[in-house]
Design a protein. Structure first.
Length: 424
């Protein structure tokens, strides 16, 4: 892809960015999104003027499911999209029912995911394991293991847990948490797909016993008195990439300068979103019916990391529950794409291969991020990969070397055989 990168980014107080000394005419960019708090950077870019000053008019288009997001990007109804971090990897590996190849040059942030179980299930865990409500994520998983075994011995049907998409951080984090306690997600419980906005209704209807989804749906389940949060993304792996900007290759080839301008706008918006003094204004923007349609006070609570985890009112503080910028949160690390690949291999979605490695590396584009933002004054990593899990550890205590994927996968006692049979 060719095209001159935009020369600079900045805060809301800066003058509009320029290319070759003059402002470009307004260009329409259609962005698909799912109503989740981690779309904040896109909302700020559109509502706070970051896109406009780059000569871009962002048209944010709401959808209800990740399969729709994938398909509408493929069918050119969207130019770019709010996308699950594993989706570009799956697309490059030709996984799923419509494996349209896309890529990401920019991560929209980290955090926001949580695992919420039905209150009835959590009370059963308390009764069997003696939980008092102060336990951490791994202790909660071990208590769930006792319930799973008790139900099996009693001849009851397996518990049903929902995640939002087979190729999602939610799926891999839920599975990682379960397996860390010795629960096999493929044989001990039933895993199913429920779109994020429908998870609370599904739990209310007792169609599922728990779910992993991004904010605000976990806290809404708690406030409705039907759910109990038992783990967050920060408990499982704080550095895990969450949502990314998914880009249509055809659109990128046709609009290289617009893509560069968009990345500059998103970089500035991400920094604005991360500043605590802007959170009240951001929460007000996102509470609008066109976006989340939930009270701004609830969104502001999520920004603070003060999570009400139980209908009884127990509050837990999670540092950096949502991070939109800083600590290279927006950098598309190839090592993180390869960790995602390791989980696809682990759970039988694809077989490991050298050809697969090359395809995965095409999904995340740190070269574009670096080229576009090199002159912005932002701190840009010099390397594309690193050992993951050294500074911010995984719940199982292991680290991930991108140079040793097969050995890493083989080191898990709970894993599946490759079958690549996922068709969502």
């Amino acid at each position: 892809m060719s095209g001159d990168p935009v020369s600079r980014a900045g805060s809301v107080d800066d003058t509009p960015s320029t290319t070759k000394g003059r402002r470009a005419p307004e260009r329409l960019v259609r962005v698909g999104f799912i109503p989740l708090v981690d779309m904040a950077v896109l909302v700020a870019a559109a509502e706070q003027g970051f896109a406009e000053r780059e000569g871009i008019r962002l048209q944010l288009m709401k959808d209800v499911s990740w399969s729709n997001i994938r398909d509408r990007l493929a069918f050119r109804q969207f130019d770019v999209a709010h996308m699950l971090s594993p989706m570009p990897v799956a697309s490059q590996l030709h996984l799923g029912s419509n494996p349209y190849p896309c890529f990401t040059p920019f991560a929209l942030g980290r955090g926001g995911n949580a695992i919420t179980l039905s209150l009835d299930l959590y009370r059963e865990m308390q009764a069997l394991a003696g939980l008092d409500g102060s336990e951490g994520a791994l202790a909660n998983a071990l208590a769930l293991k006792q319930v799973v075994e008790h139900r099996r011995q009693a001849g009851k049907k397996p518990l049903v847990f929902a995640m939002t998409y087979p190729f999602s951080s939610h799926n891999y984090e839920f599975r990682f948490w379960l397996a860390a306690a010795g629960i096999n997600p493929d044989t001990d419980v039933t895993m199913t797909v429920v779109p994020p906005p429908l998870t609370v209704d599904a739990m209310t209807a007792r169609a599922i016993d728990g779910f992993c989804v991004n904010a605000p749906w976990n806290i809404i389940a708690v406030e409705k008195g039907i759910g109990r949060m038992v783990a967050t993304k920060a408990d499982i792996w704080p550095s895990a990439p969450e949502k990314v900007l998914g880009v249509s290759p055809e659109w990128a080839d046709e609009n290289p300068e617009t893509l560069s301008r968009l990345v500059v706008a998103l970089d500035a918006a991400a920094r604005w979103c991360d500043a605590r003094e802007n959170h009240a204004a951001l929460a007000d923007m996102m509470s609008a019916p066109a976006y989340l349609g939930v009270p701004s006070g609830l969104i502001l609570q999520l920004f603070s990391g003060q999570l009400t985890v139980d209908p009884d009112g127990r509050v837990r503080h999670v540092e950096n529950y949502l991070r939109f910028s800083g600590q290279s949160a927006n950098f598309p690390w190839i090592s993180q794409a390869l960790w995602i690949y390791s989980q696809m291999v682990r759970w039988g979605q694809v077989a490991y291969s050298e050809a697969g490695l090359a395809q995965v590396k095409a999904a995340y584009r740190p070269d574009l991020y670096r080229r576009i933002l090199a002159s912005s004054g932002a701190s840009v990593p010099l390397h594309d990969s690193k050992v993951e899990g050294l500074d911010e550890t995984f719940i199982d205590g292991r680290s991930f070397s991108p140079d040793d994927i097969q050995d890493y996968v083989d080191g898990f006692s709970i894993r599946a055989a490759a079958n690549a049979a996922v068709d969502e």
